[in-house]
Design a protein around this ligand. Structure first.
Ligand SMILES: Nc1ncnc2c1ncn2[C@@H]1O[C@H](COP(=O)(O)OP(=O)(O)O)[C@@H](O)[C@H]1O
Ligand SMILES: [Mg+2]
Length: 269
């Protein structure tokens, strides 16, 4: 089982999109995937339709704090709650109440290790993908510290300025996860004819090569990703014939190659 945090300090960097669509692509390749929403903004949970009330007006299970990672932060013996199901993936949801997680962790930093330990006790998954909150909050650190690897999404329409800061987060997180590595930088929203985008991509491939390899860029799709979000579906479910799902399957293949793994179908598991 590989535990991977999708992390970038910046908000709007593509963390939730990459978590959703890479997770779905890995599922399509035959892997069993658990998604963990650690962001109290709960975008991933909402985007997968797990915060909307039921047809009968009943509250969605995603709204309950005891269905999030919260119990694990307060009780060293607690296991992760039973996940929700979404599009063939499992999901530990988040909701706004999870913002108390930060104060719980600030009070006792050792609790960061509890999330890591609880994730390591689950079985039946090939991948755990953690949608980390932005910033350098305690919850963000706990997510990174629970991981074996990081994927850093980069919106190539923006500047690369704050990527260096990830080094600090890595240093702190390695107290819990000594072998933590940055698996790859994941450029997205790329337009091949835009000079600034090409410059940012080249900056990643050359200047940041020592930090991690850069995957093949995911193309910019005007409104498509926002529409998929609005309809609460992964991009491959919302627009199966678009090239975007194929790009995420390619990303999944590149991630598997970086991990030295083969797709399940090919491995004839
Ligand atoms: N390839 C893409 N093309 C166009 N827009 C994209 C693409 N990938 C992500 N986005 C958009 O970028 C915005 C920020 O992404 P999001 O995943 O919410 O970032 P974060 O989780 O880091 O805050 C969203 O509106 C999303 O729809
Ligand atoms: Mg997000």
């Amino acid at each position: 089982m590989k535990v991977i945090s999708i992390y970038n300090q910046a908000g709007g960097a593509g963390k939730t999109t990459v978590t959703r669509d890479l997770g779905y692509a890995l599922t399509q390749l035959g892997f069993r995937v658990l998604l963990v929403d650690l962001d109290s903004q709960a975008s991933l949970t909402r985007w997968l339709g797990q915060l909307a009330p039921g047809a009968d007006g009943s509250k969605a299970p995603g709204t309950r704090l005891d269905r999030t990672v919260f119990p694990v932060l307060t009780d060293p013996d607690a296991d992760l709650p039973e996940p929700l199901g979404a599009f063939g993936m499992d999901l530990i949801p988040a909701n706004t109440k999870l913002s108390v997680g930060d104060s719980v962790l600030y009070d006792d930093q050792n609790r960061m290790g509890q999330l890591r330990a609880a994730i390591r006790r689950v079985h039946g998954y090939d991948f755990v993908l953690i949608d980390a909150p932005p910033g350098r909050t305690a919850m963000a650190l706990a997510g990174v510290a629970a991981s074996d690897h990081l994927l850093i999404p980069v919106n190539v329409a923006k500047a690369l300025d704050n990527i260096d800061n990830v080094a600090e987060v890595l240093t702190t997180a390695r107290r819990f996860s000594p072998t933590l590595s940055v698996l790859a930088l994941v450029p997205h929203s790329f337009m091949r004819n835009t000079r600034h985008h090409k410059d940012v991509l080249r900056g990643m491939q050359e200047d940041l090569a020592a930090l991690a390899p850069t995957t093949t860029p995911i193309s910019h799709k005007d409104t498509l990703y926002d529409d998929a979000t609005l309809y609460q579906q992964p991009i491959a479910v919302y627009a199966p014939r678009n090239s975007a799902p194929e790009e995420y399957r390619r990303l999944a293949g590149e991630v598997l190659a970086l991990l030295g793994l083969a797709p399940v179908a090919e491995a004839a598991r």
